[in-house]
Design a protein around this ligand. Structure first.
Ligand code: DCP
Ligand code: CA
Ligand code: CA
Length: 369
C-alpha cells in the first residue's frame, strides 16, 4: 500500500518542431517534404538533418542523417531544404510554453520543444479529466497558434514521456496507474531514458529485450552488472516507478560557490585559478541536475570587505565549463580594470537555468555520427 498522493503528469512534445515552425511562417510548405538542416559549411552539401516534417519522413528522412543522404532519398521529389533558424524556433517555443504554463499546477520546460505539466490538482486526480484537458489544449493551441503537438499522460514523468512517444503526430496517449505494467512490458528497453546503444547491447546479452524482460530481471544481478545507482534505476524504471517531481526550472534559481584566496591579490591568473576550482564544483552540480545556464556572474570581496559583482548573459544556454571559464575571465578582467583594491574572496554564480536533456542529446547525436 502506498500513502503517496497519486499524481497525474503530462508530457507535451511539439511535432516535427523545427519543420513545423517553418510551415507556420510559410503555410505553402504544407504538404511538401520539408527538411531543416544544420549546414556545417564545409561543402554545400555537408551537414546533418535537424528534423523533417512527416511528409519527408515517409521517404525515409530522419533527424541526424547526413544531408546528402536526405537529398538522395528525396531525389525527383519537390522537396524544400531549409537551414536552422534557431532564434525563430525559440520565439515560437516561448509563445507556446507561456500557453502551456497556464494549464499546469507545476510546469517544467525540458529543452526547446518539450514540457512536463503536473496537473493533479487541476484535474482533481482524475485521468478522465486529464484526457479532456489534453484534448482541449490540443484544440486550443491548434486554432490559436496553428501548431500540433503530442501528449502523454501518466502517473509520473517516466510513463508520461514514453506514452507521448507512443503516438505521433497530434497524438494523445493516456496510461492510467493500473495500465502501466501492460503498457510498458512489450516495448523495447531502449525506450527508457538512459538506455543507449551500449547499454541495450549489454542487456541483450543478458536476454533482456523488452521493458517487461527488464522488469522481471533480478535487481541483484542488475546491480552487479551496472552498479548500484544504475541497476536500481533500471529496475524501477522498467516497473514504471519514478518519483521525480515536476519542478519549475525558474529564472530566479541560481547556483554559486565562493572561496578565499590564499592572499589578497590583483593578479588575474591567480584569481582565476581559484575561480576555476569553483567552476569545477559548479559544473559537477549542473551536470548532476542536468541544467544549462544562461547567466554568469562573479563576486569579489575586496580587502576592505566591500562586495562587488558583475554579470553577463550568454547568447545560448550552455553546460560547457570552457564557456563558463571564458565568461568568468572576461568579467574579472573588466572588474580589475575598474577597481584598484585587492581581492580577498572570489565567487562564481550561474543562473537562468534550462533543463537540457533534449538539447544535450541533440548535440551528442550531431557529433557522434
Ligand atoms: N533536433 C536536432 N537534431 C536531432 C534531433 C532533434 O536538431 N538529432 C531538433 C529539431 C527538432 C527538435 O530538436 O525539431 C525537437 O526534437 P524531437 O526529437 O522532439 O523531434 P521533432 O520535434 O522534430 O519530431 P517529433 O514529431 O518526432 O517530436
Ligand atoms: Ca518534438
Ligand atoms: Ca522533443
Amino acid at each position: 500500500m502506498t500513502f503517496l498522493q497519486p499524481r497525474i503528469v503530462m508530457l507535451v512534445d511539439f511535432d516535427y518542431f523545427f519543420a513545423q515552425c517553418e510551415e507556420l511562417r510559410n503555410p505553402t510548405l504544407k504538404g511538401k517534404p520539408v527538411v531543416v538542416g544544420m549546414y556545417s559549411g564545409r561543402t554545400e552539401e555537408s551537414g546533418a538533418v535537424s528534423t523533417a516534417n512527416y511528409v519527408a519522413r515517409k521517404y525515409g528522412v530522419k533527424s541526424g542523417m547526413p544531408l546528402f543522404l536526405a537529398k538522395r532519398k528525396l531525389e525527383g521529389v519537390e522537396a524544400v531544404f531549409l537551414p536552422v533558424d534557431y532564434e525563430y524556433y525559440q520565439q515560437v517555443s516561448d509563445r507556446l510554453m507561456q500557453v502551456f504554463r497556464g494549464y499546469a499546477d507545476v510546469f517544467e520546460q525540458v529543452g526547446i520543444d518539450e514540457a512536463y505539466l503536473d496537473v493533479t490538482a487541476k484535474v482533481h486526480g482524475s485521468f478522465g479529466e486529464a484526457k479532456e484537458l489534453a484534448e482541449m489544449m490540443q484544440a486550443e493551441v491548434k486554432s490559436q497558434v496553428g501548431v500540433t503537438f503530442s501528449v502523454g499522460v501518466g502517473p509520473n514523468k517516466l510513463v508520461a514521456k514514453i506514452a507521448c512517444d507512443a503516438q505521433k503526430p497530434d497524438g494523445l496517449t493516456v496510461v492510467r496507474v493500473e495500465e502501466v505494467e501492460v503498457f510498458l512490458q512489450s516495448l523495447p528497453v531502449d525506450r527508457l531514458l538512459g538506455v543507449g546503444r551500449k547499454t541495450s547491447k549489454t542487456m541483450d546479452t543478458l536476454g533482456i529485450k523488452t521493458i517487461g524482460d527488464l522488469a522481471g530481471f533480478s535487481v541483484q544481478r542488475l546491480v552487479k552488472v551496472f552498479g548500484r545507482t544504475l541497476g536500481v534505476y533500471f529496475h524501477n524504471a522498467a516497473n514504471g516507478v519514478d518519483d521525480e517531481p515536476v519542478q519549475e526550472a525558474g529564472e530566479a534559481e541560481s547556483m554559486s560557490r565562493i572561496g578565499t584566496l590564499k592572499e589578497n591579490s590583483r593578479d588575474l591568473e591567480f584569481i582565476l585559478r581559484k575561480a576555476d576550482e569553483l567552476i569545477g564544483e559548479i559544473h559537477a552540480d549542473l551536470a548532476q541536475k542536468r541544467l544549462s545556464f544562461r547567466q554568469v556572474g562573479i563576486v569579489a570581496i575586496l580587502s576592505d570587505l566591500t562586495v562587488r559583482s558583475r554579470s553577463k548573459t550568454l547568447e545560448q544556454p550552455t553546460t560547457d565549463p570552457e564557456t563558463l571559464k571564458r565568461a568568468v575571465r572576461e568579467l574579472f578582467e573588466k572588474f580589475l580594470s575598474d577597481s584598484d583594491l585587492e581581492v580577498r574572496r572570489v565567487g562564481v554564480k550561474v543562473s537562468g537555468f534550462v533543463k537540457e536533456e533534449t538539447a544535450q542529446k541533440q548535440l551528442t547525436s550531431y557529433f557522434g555520427n
